[in-house]
Design a protein around this ligand. Structure first.
Ligand code: G4P
Length: 549
C-alpha cells in the first residue's frame, strides 16, 4: 500500500486516504497468554520502541514512582485501558489495550466499541481459556471481525488442528489458517504463508527478541527453499500442507468481516517468530474505519467531512501532575483539529476542544489533528459522559454503549451525614467513568446502591471516595446477584409483579430496573409480567445493533 497525504490536499481526498490507512484494533486474551509481550513486539516492529522490554519496565517504574490508582499498584494488575499509536508501512495503527482482569467485561465492551477489529491471542498449549471465551462473547455482541494469533509456538503446544477444532466447538467459529507453523517447541523454525506460498524462517537472537530478528524468505517448493529447510522440516511441511487443503475454510474477507470466520496465525511473541508475517497479513485484511450507526437510524460514514466522534471511556487522575479527568474519544468521521468547536447534542452545547492528547501507553503528547479510527484524550472538566457524541455536523447521536447487569450490589453508607453530598458526587463520578453502576431504590431519590461485576470495583470506589472526596464509606452487601432492565409500554410500579426477594430500582437515567437474587426470579417475573421484557443490558442499542431493547 502506498499512501501519502498532505495538509494541502482537499479534505475529502485526504480523508479518504487517511481512513484507508487506519487500523484500530484491540487485543483480547486470557491473562498470561502474552498480550503485553505481543503488544510490545508490534510496537517494536512498528518502530515505536527500539528495545522490547521497555513497556513492562516503564510500567513497573511508574508503579514505583506514582501513586496513580493506588489499587492498581497494590494488586499489580492493569485496571485501565491504554491506547497506542504507531505507523507501519503506510498504515497508521491504533492498538487499544483491553483490561485483562475478569471484573471488567463492561469496560472491555466499551473499548471494543471503539475498535474496528480484535486480535484474539491464544496460548498454544492452553487453547481457549475461560477469559478468552468471555471476551470473545463480548466481541460477538459488537460483531467485530476477530483475528486469532496462536502464541508461544516456541513451546511444546497442542496440535494446530486440535486448536482449530477447539475454536469451532468452544466458540462456534470456523477458522482459516493464514500461515502454518513449521514444527513447534524448540524445533519451531518458521511459518509457511498460504497467500504467497512463502516460507519465512527466523533466526533466534541472543537477546530473546528484544530487537527485530533475522528472517529468511523463500518460495515453497523452490530449490532455494529446499536448501533452507532440513529434510525433516521439508517432509513435515509437505505432509501438513496436504492436510491443510482439507482443514479449515478458505479465506473469505466478507465472512471475516461478518464475524463468521477467524483468520489464524501462528508465532511466538517472545522470540518474535511470526510477528512480522502476522502484522503484514493482518493489516491487509483488517477493516479500516467504516460507518457508525446513529440513534436516529442513519449512519455516519468515516469519510464524511464533518467531524464526529464518541466518548467511550472517562478516566480520572491519569497523572498526578494533572488532577483532571480525561475523556477518551474515538473519531468516527471527518478531521479533528486542536482547538476546534464541537457540539455535544446531549447537553445542547458547543464546546472548544482544547489540549487534545494522543497516547503512547500512559504518556501523553498534544496532537494537532486526528482522523477516523484515532483515539484522542480530551480534558474533561466534568462535562462528558460515556457514550456522548461530539459533532460539527448535524446533531446526531451514535448508538449508546449499554450497561451490563452487575453481579454484585452494595449499599453505600456513611456515618457523617454532612459528607452525603460529597458521597453522591463521588459515586456519580465513578459511575460516569463506568467503574460502577449506580441505582436508587424506586421510592427514593438517593442513588446509594452501587453495582459491579467484581469486588475490585467496590474497593476502587471506597478508596477513591476516601482519597478524592474525603468520604469514609462503608459498603453493606445486598442480596442481589443480577438485575434486569424493564422495558415495555405503561410501566406502573404498583402493578408490576416483582416476586419475593426482588426489588425495584431506577438506574441513573431513571429506567426501571429489577434487582434479583437469582435466575429463577427472572423467569418468574417474566411469566407474571407478559407485557414487559426484562433485559440483561440497559435498553440502549450498541453500534452493531445486536443488543436492541
Ligand atoms: P499477558 O499480558 O497476556 O498477561 O502476558 P505477558 O505478555 O505478560 O506474558 C506472560 C508470560 O508469558 C511472560 O512470562 C512472558 O514472557 C511469556 N510469554 C509471552 N509470549 C511468549 C511466547 O511466545 N513464548 C513463551 N515461551 N513465553 C511467552 P513470565 O515469566 O510470566 O514473565 P517475564 O518474567 O518473562 O516478564
Amino acid at each position: 500500500m502506498t499512501i501519502s497525504t498532505s495538509a494541502d490536499m482537499p479534505l475529502p481526498k485526504r480523508l479518504k486516504l487517511e481512513v484507508a490507512r487506519r487500523r484500530t484494533f484491540a487485543i483480547i486474551s486470557h491473562p498470561d497468554a502474552g498480550k503485553t509481550t505481543l503488544t510490545e513486539k508490534l510496537l517494536l516492529y512498528g518502530g515505536a520502541i527500539h528495545l522490547a522490554g521497555a513497556v513492562k519496565a516503564r510500567r513497573a517504574a511508574r508503579h514505583a514512582t506514582s501513586d496513580w490508582m493506588e489499587l492498581e499498584r497494590a494488586r499489580g494488575i492493569s485496571v485501565t485501558t491504554s491506547v497506542m499509536q504507531f505507523s507501519y508501512d503506510d498504515y497508521c495503527v491504533n492498538i487499544l489495550d483491553t483490561p485483562g482482569h475478569q471484573d471488567f467485561s463492561e469496560d472491555t465492551y466499551r473499548t471494543l466499541a471503539a475498535a474496528d477489529s480484535a486480535v484474539m491471542l491464544i496460548d498454544a498449549a492452553k487453547g481457549v481459556e475461560p477469559q478468552t471465551e468471555k471476551l470473545f462473547r463480548v466481541c460477538r455482541l459488537r460483531d467485530l471481525p476477530i483475528f486469532t494469533f496462536v502464541n508461544k509456538m516456541d513451546r511444546q503446544g497442542r496440535e494446530p488442528l486440535d486448536l482449530m477444532d477447539e475454536l469451532e466447538t468452544h466458540l462456534g467459529m470456523r477458522s482459516c489458517p493464514m500461515n502454518w507453523p513449521i514444527f513447534d517447541g524448540y524445533r519451531f523454525v518458521g511459518v509457511y504463508e498460504r497467500s504467497t506460498e512463502l516460507v519465512h524462517l527466523f533466526e533466534a537472537d541472543e537477546a530473546h527478541g528484544a530487537s527485530e530478528i533475522e528472517e529468511r524468505t523463500a518460495k515453497y517448493g523452490t530449490p532455494e527453499c529446499d536448501a533452507l529447510l532440513t529434510p525433516a522440516a521439508r517432509a513435515r511441511l509437505a505432509e501438513d500442507l496436504e492436510l491443510l487443503d482439507v482443514a479449515g475454510d478458505p479465506f473469505d474477507l466478507q465472512r471475516v468481516r461478518n464475524g463468521e470466520l477467524t483468520p489464524l496465525f501462528f508465532g511466538s511473541a517472545l522470540t518474535n517468530f511470526g510477528v512480522r508475517p502476522f502484522l503484514d497479513e493482518f493489516l491487509k485484511a483488517a477493516p479500516a474505519p467504516s460507518a457508525y450507526p446513529t440513534e436516529e437510524g442513519a449512519t455516519v460514514e468515516a469519510t464524511d467531512t464533518a467531524f464526529s466522534g464518541f466518548v467511550f471511556k472517562i478516566q480520572a487522575n491519569m497523572d498526578q501532575a494533572h488532577r483532571d479527568r480525561i475523556a477518551f474519544l474515538r473519531v468516527c468521521s471527518g478531521r479533528f483539529t486542536k482547538g476546534m468547536d464541537a457540539r455535544v447534542p446531549r447537553l445542547d452545547k458547543t464546546i472548544r476542544l482544547k489540549n487534545p492528547s494522543a497516547f503512547m501507553a500512559r504518556e501523553r503528547s498534544t496532537i494537532e489533528e486526528a482522523f477516523p479510527g484515532d483515539i484522542i484524550g480530551l480534558y474533561d472538566p466534568g462535562l462528558f459522559r460515556i457514550g456522548d457524541t461530539l459533532t460539527t455536523g448535524a446533531d446526531v447521536r451514535f448508538k449508546g454503549i449499554p450497561h451490563f447487569s452487575p453481579e454484585l450490589f452494595r449499599r453505600v453508607m456513611i456515618a457523617d451525614p454532612l459528607r452525603r453530598k460529597q458521597m453522591y458526587k463521588g459515586i456519580e463520578q465513578l459511575a460516569e467513568e463506568g467503574a460502577i453502576q449506580m441505582f436508587s431504590d424506586w421510592d427514593s431519590e438517593s442513588p446509594d446502591i452501587v453495582g459491579a461485576v467484581g469486588t475490585l470495583q467496590f474497593d476502587v470506589l471506597q478508596s477513591r471516595l476516601q482519597i478524592e472526596y474525603r468520604v469514609n464509606a462503608r459498603l453493606e452487601t445486598l442480596p442481589y446477584q443480577l438485575c434486569r432492565w424493564i422495558v415495555g409500554p405503561g410501566f406502573d410500579p404498583k402493578k408490576f409483579q416483582r416476586g419475593q426477594g426482588s426489588s425495584l430500582a431506577r438506574d441513573r437515567d431513571g429506567h426501571p430496573v429489577l434487582l434479583l437474587q437469582n435466575e429463577w426470579g427472572i423467569r418468574w417475573a417474566t411469566e407474571k409480567n407478559p407485557d414487559f421484557k426484562l433485559l440483561p443490558v440497559s435498553p440502549t442499542v450498541d453500534h452493531a445493533g445486536s443488543l436492541k431493547g
